[in-house]
Design a protein around this ligand. Structure first.
Ligand code: MN
Length: 379
């Protein structure tokens, strides 16, 4: 029996993971859950899985929930969520918090020597080298939940990433605007951006997929997770989203991982790792696949992908700035304050106003979030 803590249980990854856990009651036990503010769903989850401890980021909402869940200890705020990272009984923490704020809980989990199923890609984007040092020092396992990284994680298990790998092909669906002419980008609405052709996900990540910055983040994540260079990763547009990534070995062979575009696959994989469990969901029917196509991304239409590579290569505190800037600018877009075409210039403006630090420490990175938020969120 694995005791699991889920951070961000009311988001898309959190909901999917509880659906899986529900199918494997003899394998997994939910120890604690956290949510930002969706207390109605959290209450249902707490009752269904008989969860003893939970945390709600919003203090007022935490108090409301406590009245409804008398048998559950409800904590609040950053410190409340951090408490969930420290339970003695916990075997695995699933960090499914979206955005830059997830980093501090990844770090807290490492400090408590907990293995992490990591869905919060921003952790590696913001603090890749720092996380790698901490992981070595505290001897914890990080199992990626992001579908592409989950694929690569399994594909390269028997390879030496320093000498065997020639190229990693990170696949991307291309998002809703893959075939939209660039001239029409000025008219893109929120509704258009939220209509992802393949994946069903939360608002922020769906917009990130539409601008392709999501793929840019994933490139940075892969560099640190697999300890490879930026020149060794290519992004390949693969609209069917059946192949979740590929690895080209120096002997010329390419290994690929295939499954339906459903996050339950990489989540199940991460929760059960290193064990394999029989899949209770619909798996891939090869005979129903019509074609699998591949193309290069269009950097003119999607400048944030190339920009992410540039920022990743510059390193230091800039990838963290990129992640924080994206949180801010995408939320402005979702609040209808700016247009789709304003997202890239908005992000660039924030990143370029950050003072470059070559080797920031964790406090520098965490402070950066407060500094940028303070300067840019209040208008
Ligand atoms: Mn992904």
């Amino acid at each position: 029996m694995k005791n699991i803590v889920i951070l961000g249980s009311t988001g898309s990854i959190g909901k999917n993971s509880l659906e899986i856990i529900d199918k494997f009651k003899d394998k997994f036990n939910v120890l604690a859950l956290s949510a930002n503010k969706n207390i109605n769903l959290l209450e249902k989850q707490i009752k269904k899985f008989k969860v003893g401890m939970a945390a709600v980021y919003d203090e007022t909402l935490a108090k409301q929930l406590q009245k409804k869940c008398r048998n559950t200890e409800i904590y609040s705020g950053t410190d409340g969520i951090k408490k969930l990272c420290a339970f003695k009984k916990c075997d695995l923490i699933l960090n499914a918090i979206i955005g830059s704020s997830g980093l501090k809980y990844t770090v807290e989990s490492i400090y408590n020597r907990k293995n992490i199923a990591l869905a919060n890609k921003e952790s590696y984007v913001m603090a890749g080298p720092i996380l790698n040092d901490l992981i070595r020092k505290y001897k914890v396992d990080i199992i990626p939940v992001d579908s592409e990284h989950s694929a690569i994680f399994h594909l390269i298990k028997n390879l030496d990433s320093r000498k065997d790998i020639e190229k990693i092909y990170l696949t991307a669906s291309g998002g809703p605007f893959l075939n939209k002419p660039i001239q029409e980008f000025v008219q893109i609405t929120i509704e258009d951006a939220l209509k992802h052709p393949v994946w069903s996900m939360g608002g922020k990540i769906t917009v990130d997929s539409a601008t392709l910055i999501n793929k840019g983040f994933e490139v940075i994540e892969a560099v640190h997770l697999f300890k490879i260079g930026y020149q060794d990763i290519d992004v390949v547009i693969h609209p069917q989203s059946i192949i979740h990534s590929m690895v080209k070995v120096i002997d010329g062979e390419i290994y690929a991982q295939l499954s339906p575009p459903d996050m339950k696959f990489p989540i199940l994989n991460a929760l059960s790792y290193p064990e394999k469990l029989k899949n209770p969901f619909q798996s891939l029917d090869l005979y129903k696949l019509k074609n699998l196509s591949f193309q290069k991304p269009d950097n003119n239409k999607f400048p944030l992908l190339k920009y992410s590579y540039d920022i990743g290569k510059k390193g230091g505190n800039l990838p963290a700035a990129l992640s924080i800037a994206d949180d801010i600018v995408v939320s402005q877009f979702l609040e209808r304050k700016i247009r789709f075409n304003d997202i890239f210039p908005g992000i660039k403006n924030i990143v370029e106003n950050v003072k470059y630090m070559e080797t920031p420490d964790l406090d520098d990175i965490l402070r950066l979030e407060k500094e940028i938020n303070y300067r840019f969120e209040i208008y």
